[in-house]
Write a protein that binds this ligand. Sequence first.
Ligand SMILES: O=C(O)c1ccccc1N[C@@H]1O[C@H](COP(=O)(O)O)[C@@H](O)[C@H]1O
Length: 218
Amino acid sequence: MTSPLFRTRIKFCGMTRPGDVRLAGELGVDAVGFVFAEQSRRRVEPRQAAAMREALAPMVDAVALFMDNGKEEVQQVVGLVRPSLLQFHGDEDDAFCRAFGLPYLKAVAMGSDGPLDPLALHARYPAAAGFLLDAHAPGEGGGTGRAFDWSRVPGGMLKPFLVAGGLTPDNVHDAILATRPWGVDVSSGVEAAGEPAGVKDGARMRRFVEEVRRADCG
Ligand SMILES: O=C(O)c1ccccc1N[C@@H]1O[C@H](COP(=O)(O)O)[C@@H](O)[C@H]1O
C-alpha cells in the first residue's frame, strides 16, 4: 500500500499538564494550544504555559489562544511562552491579530445559520495564516464539546482551515471525510471523564491520532 501524500494536521488544545504536552509530541501531534481566554475553564497563567512549553518536542508548534485579551497581555504571553502561532476567538480585527509579528489563525463562529463566505472572510482577515471553523455561536467561547453541521463548510476556502468543535476519536474520521480540512483541533474530546477541564486522557489522545491517520488513508 502506498502512503498518502497529504496529512491532516492535528492540534490538541487547552493543555494544562506537561505530561499531556509530552505525550502529544510522542503521538505525532503538530501543535498544542494554551488557552489565555479570560472565561475559559482551561485558562493557564503565562508562567505555567512557559513551563509546559519545555515539555514540547522539537518541530511541534506552541499555539497561544486569546479571546478579546488586551494587547499588553498578548505581548506578555508572546514574550514568556514564545508561541509560534496565535489563535484569536473574539472580535479582534486583522490589525490587532497581526500586530505581534507572528502568524495567526482567526476562529470563525459556525454556530449560526448564515452562510460562510470565503471571499468576505479573506477580505476581513487578509493577514491570517488560516482559519479555525469552530462550533460556537458569535460572541461565545469555544471548548464546549459541541459540533457544528459540517456540510456548512463551503468549498473554495482561500486559506488553510481547521475544523473544531465537538470532535472526538469517534467522529473525527467522518469530520475529515466530510470537510477535507488542513487540520483538526480538539479539546474536550480528548479529555478524561470526571477530571477538571484541561486534563487529557492518554488513550483518547492516541485513538484520536489513529483515527485521523485512518481518514488520511481513506
Ligand atoms: O477551550 C476553551 O476553553 C476555549 C475558550 C475560548 C475560546 C476557545 C476555546 N477552545 C477552542 O475551542 C475548540 C473546540 O473545543 P472542543 O473540542 O469542542 O472542546 C478547541 O479546539 C479550542 O481551540
